[in-house]
Design a protein around this ligand. Structure first.
Ligand code: LLP
Length: 443
């Protein structure tokens, strides 16, 4: 199994991440614990930025914060010179409170509320990526009321199906996102927008899906976008000054996962944009890429403590950990396959085939169906790799499990960036109406 980022096995035979012994991390901060490898996260940010800037200087990389959003993460992203993609008032609020420059924020979402649009204008976000006509009309009205003009991109559905789980495909025509090219809606709504005084149409956006391994669909998407841009130029005179090709590059969850590299993906997109623009004599637009998972997923590891172990003779060994679908719903949702090891026995040969399960009251609460572990025992620390994206951000309090803490590790230092929820936090928002306060049994 390939170790990720700065991971090492130290002299004690323990897994080390960011120079920190993960067994020590588990003792100090408790488990389940999300561990974020700062150096690896930053190096992925730099790889994207440098590759893209090298090939296509007039460009920006923005981080799709839905993958993992915390205040400290916003600071890292800002320090690395990236912009930010937010999709809700909550993500926008987090970024704003963390001091992220609003002008570098792109506001996505297929059903932004009036409050959220108002917030975007109030904070002065750089770009609103408009998904549909309803949103366009709302935004135009709100901007006029404030006496401003909102800079917008339109989210386009290019009609491309990337090979990934159907729940994470977003570019095909039958999608809840964006304006279709094939059905003519994109043309209609953009033409309408060009005459609205409250918005300035800057460009177009598309996102073809997530956890994509092959890069060909990106090339196809660029072509489709330029065909459409050219059609719009001929029909309306509109020339886009910005093109956002979304995110979606896959990562390694499991042995056998072989996504294209950042370099390959960025190069293909940048080169295809140059070619397609050149072929149509179209001015080169400012190019935006908005990866999430491929920046942060492999920088994340979750540490659990093993508790009960159940043997069903001749069938299966169930090894239960102190977390599960509440901190990582991806196995239940997408049949995602993970890999990991016993952090306190990292040098030992894994020789026992087990199923690692969570502690939720649900049979589907599995972490890994079949994995070889090194003689697992209660109290061992189990590390699951590649949990940086869409784990904490999709975590829940199912079964009233408090959400885990998150620690940022780098060169032997470990800092809490999200504190562990407490039982008190769990009831903090509960209210008991007076009429229920009578504590006697009624029947
Ligand atoms: N841009 C837009 C408009 C998106 O909708 C997404 C992801 C991204 C960028 C970033 O995509 P990435 O580079 O992270 O693949 N919960 C699912 C993934 C949902 C992705 C939603 N949109 C999962 O856990 O696999």
């Amino acid at each position: 199994m390939k170790l990720r980022g700065t991971m090492k096995i130290n002299s004690k035979g323990h897994l080390e991440i960011g120079g920190c012994d993960s067994v020590w991390l588990a003792e100090k901060f408790g488990t389940p614990l999300y561990v974020l490898d700062e150096e690896y996260f930053r190096s992925q940010c730099r790889a994207y930025r440098q590759e893209l800037a090298g090939l296509y200087p007039d460009s920006t990389v923005i981080y799709a914060s839905k993958a993992l959003m915390t205040s400290a993460v916003c600071n890292i992203i800002h320090q690395e010179g990236l912009g930010l993609d937010v999709v809700s008032g909550g993500e926008l609020y987090t970024a704003f409170q963390a001091g992220f420059p609003p002008a570098k924020i792109f506001f996505h979402g297929n059903n932004k509320s009036l409050e959220e649009l108002h917030m975007a204008l109030e904070y002065g976000v750089g770009y609103v990526v408009v998904d549909n006509r309803y949103e366009l009309e709302n935004l135009n009205r709100l901007a006029l009321k404030r006496g401003t003009k909102a800079k917008i991109l339109f989210r386009i559905t290019p009609g491309i199906e990337a090979h990934t789980h159907s729940y994470t495909q977003t570019g095909q025509q039958d999608s809840k996102f964006g304006l279709g090219i094939l059905d003519g809606v994109a043309e209609e709504v953009i033409s309408q927008a060009l005459s609205l005084p409250g918005v300035e149409v800057v460009g177009l956006h598309c996102h073809i899906g997530s956890q994509i391994f092959g890069i060909e669909p990106y090339g196809m998407a660029v072509k489709v976008m330029f065909d459409f841009l050219e059609k719009m130029r001929v029909k309306t005179g509109f020339v886009a000054s910005m093109l956002d090709m979304g995110g979606g590059l896959g990562v390694v969850y499991h042995e056998g996962d072989e996504p294209a590299t950042v370099k390959e993906c960025v190069a293909l997109i940048a080169e295809t944009v140059r070619q397609e623009a050149g072929a149509r004599d179209y001015p080169l637009p400012h190019l935006v890429l908005e990866p999430g998972r491929s920046l942060v997923a492999e920088a994340g590891t979750t540490l659990y403590t093993i508790g009960s172990i159940k043997e069903i003779p001749n069938i299966r060994w169930y090894v239960a950990v102190d977390g599960g679908m509440a901190d990582n719903p991806r196995v239940a949702l997408y049949q995602a396959e993970y890999e990991g090891l016993l952090a306190n026995k990292a040098k030992q040969q894994p020789d026992k085939l087990v199923t690692v399960t969570g502690k939720c009251c649900e049979s589907g609460d599995m972490l890994i169906w079949d994995i070889q572990l090194a003689d697992p025992k209660p109290g061992d620390i189990f590390a699951v790799f590649t949990t940086g994206a869409y784990n904490y951000s999709m975590a829940s309090n199912y079964n009233r499990l408090p959400r885990p803490a998150m620690v940022l590790v780098n060169q032997g230092e470990a800092d809490l960036i999200v504190t562990r929820e407490t039982y008190k936090d769990l009831i903090a928002l509960d209210r008991i109406p007076d009429r229920l306060r009578n504590s006697s049994v009624l029947v």
